[in-house]
Design a protein around this ligand. Structure first.
Ligand code: LMR
Length: 396
């Protein structure tokens, strides 16, 4: 039976990790998957996480199942992180999910089961997994313009034109709350207001992918999109991930928050979300959520987390600057100054697929095919090596 199964292509992002692991070149560099690395090249366990885990080991009394929708105090913390107290809690159904991908898949499953004929609009470009997630739930998708032809700036006019002229009322629009993946190009606060106004006017359902809260300008500052949208739209979905901002990648901790117009609708939506979880993975894993809740329940650990998050954000910005400055010294004659306006872990370098291939084949430097470089994976000491290789492939 299985003899008819065809081989699937490797994942365009995670597949690169496999290729990287198999590369014997001692000078190899992995700037593909969005994972933070410190100056020693490690993806560290945050100090606040270690402290919380110690408390959990000492105090944990059971490995019994969590509720279907996850750990209650964790869910409450998610709601406050994302919405502050701007929306009444009775209007928000939060369900703990395995990571941000799990949150998006749960949102897509809700759409598939409850919102027939819905279509989702996705930015060009976007995170490579977005299309697959919606396709897996049979949700048709289309694209709206996002990155301008110069590959450096935000095409606000194109985006608004597509959302106004191409969508049907009731369609969904997938948005990146901050640190747009893969471009790092974000709308300004004023542009978010304009986008939100179109979403409201056209009765579009915003699905906000919030995987990088705290990596743009700060935890609260990064809620600018959520605030703009929820102040004019009655309904929205927010998909959170705590992989990056707590460094809890492998613990798979995230949440889907569905904001409805009133409390009764929220109760119904919550019941449907739970029934989808039950038939999918039954109930979520405890550890990551318990770590997040332990940190956010404690003011000292929360302060420690804020400090560590600021440290990561600041260091990534410094690496961005160092890359741009070092590129200047290579004499490649290509100004990368536009990277300084981008936010988050990634730099959209503008390198074309042939240049990306050359980086990998000649220098064992791995970046994503779209030209996305994970700045959070760069290393101060190896910046010269990286920039020389980039300059060489540009000049070829
Ligand atoms: C990325 O875009 O590299 C990260 O979000 C990791 C992933 O799952 O793709």
């Amino acid at each position: 039976r299985f003899a008819t199964v065809a081989t699937a292509p490797p994942d365009s992002i995670l597949g690169l990790n496999e290729a990287f692991a198999a590369d014997a070149n001692p000078k190899k560099m992995n700037l593909s998957v969005g994972v933070y690395k410190d100056a020693s090249g490690q993806t560290p366990v945050l100090r606040c996480v270690k402290a919380a885990e110690q408390r959990l080991v000492d105090g944990e009394k059971t490995k019994g199942y969590l509720p279907i929708d996850g750990q209650p105090d964790y869910r409450d913390h998610v709601r406050r992180l994302v919405f502050a107290d701007s929306i009444d809690a009775s209007r928000i159904a939060v369900v703990q999910t395995p990571g941000g991908t799990g949150a998006l898949r749960e949102a897509a499953a809700l759409m598939n089961s409850q919102l027939p004929a819905i279509r989702v609009w996705i930015s060009t470009p976007t995170w490579a997994n977005h299309q697959s997630i919606f396709a897996s739930e049979n949700i048709p998708y289309d694209n709206y313009r996002y990155l301008a032809d110069d590959k450096k700036s935000f095409d606000i006019a194109g985006m608004l034109e597509d959302l106004t002229g191409k969508t049907k009322p009731g369609d969904a629009v997938l948005l990146h709350a901050c640190c747009h993946n893969p471009t790092g190009v974000d709308p300004t606060a004023q542009q978010w207001n304009e986008i939100a106004a179109v979403l409201a006017q056209r009765e579009l359902l915003p699905i906000i992918d919030f995987a990088y809260q705290g990596f743009g300008n700060g935890l609260d500052e990064d809620t600018v999109a959520v605030r703009a949208i929820t102040s004019v739209c009655a309904e929205a979905i927010v998909c959170s991930s705590f992989s990056k901002n707590f460094g809890l990648y492998s613990e798979r901790v995230g949440a889907v928050s569905v904001m409805s117009a009133d409390a009764d609708t929220t109760t119904a939506v919550k019941s449907q979300l739970k029934s989808l979880v039950r038939s999918n993975y039954s109930n979520p894993p405890r550890h990551g959520a318990a770590v997040v809740a332990t940190i956010l329940d404690d003011s000292e650990l929360t302060a420690m987390w804020h400090g560590e998050l600021t440290e990561m954000r600041t260091r990534i910005k410094a690496l961005r600057r160092q890359f741009v400055d070092t590129m200047k010294t290579t004499g490649a004659g290509h100004d990368f100054g536009f990277l300084l306006d981008q936010n988050g872990m990634f730099s959209f370098s503008g390198l074309n697929p042939m240049q990306v291939d050359e980086l990998r084949n000649k220098y064992s430097i791995y970046i994503v095919g779209s030209g996305r470089i994970n700045v959070a994976g760069m290393n101060e000491e190896r910046m010269g090596e990286l920039c020389t290789a980039v300059a060489n492939v540009i000049e070829n």
